[in-house]
Design a binder for this molecule. Structure first.
Ligand code: NAG
Length: 179
């Protein structure tokens, strides 16, 4: 009896959910989240062929199983690669110690990716569960890194994602290199 009532309940929940989904997909273009994605594409100077990748990049693991965790791993590798390309390109004699220092500088949560991510206002874009603080540096960072993973997958090229990273990050690097 109890399990039967549960089934009915589950069916009602499921159909309400699908109706909500149907409604959501019909007015997808006009939702605040979709407008935020449009604005974000303008800010980073890259338009996605498949906006689904950016949508996923802006979805924290607390919000959905379809989230940015794996994309942010790729994004983190894209950033490490483009930082290495940049410093080795500038100076082929750079020591491994210095190169590693630059890589870890650029990978730092509090001073690098959370700063870049906040500058893009990702805390106001990324979807999180109601209990999750979207301004937390780790949340902002995973969203920021995931953008570059998403671009790499969208173009199937790491280079393109790296270029967008430098465009977004360059004022910050200018500041660091002036010191
Ligand atoms: C959310 O996180 C930010 C950054 O860590 C912090 O300043 C803010 O107080 C937090 N907000 C809440 C409601 O916990």
């Amino acid at each position: 009896m109890a399990s039967c009532r549960f089934t009915v309940f589950a069916l009602v929940v499921l159909s309400t959910y699908s109706l909500a989904q149907f409604g959501a997909s019909r007015k997808l273009k006009s939702s605040p989240f979709e407008s935020a994605l449009d604005m974000l594409q303008n800010q980073i100077g890259y338009t996605f062929k498949n906006i689904g990748y950016l949508r996923r990049a802006m979805t924290h693991s607390s919000f959905s199983q379809e989230n940015n965790k794996a994309l942010s791993i790729l994004g983190s590798n894209v950033i490490d690669t483009s930082v290495s390309m940049y410093y080795l390109g500038k100076d082929i004699e750079i020591s491994s110690k210095d190169l590693n220092r630059w890589i870890s500088e650029n990978a730092k949560v509090d001073t690098s990716c959370a700063v870049d991510g906040m500058r893009l206002g990702l805390n106001r874009v990324v979807r999180v569960s109601p209990k999750t603080n979207s301004t937390a540096p780790t949340v902002v960072c995973s969203a920021f890194r995931a953008i570059f993973g998403a671009i790499a997958i969208d173009t199937r090229k790491v280079d393109d994602a790296g270029s967008v990273f430098w465009n977004v990050h360059c004022s910050e690097v200018g500041r660091v290199m002036d010191m």
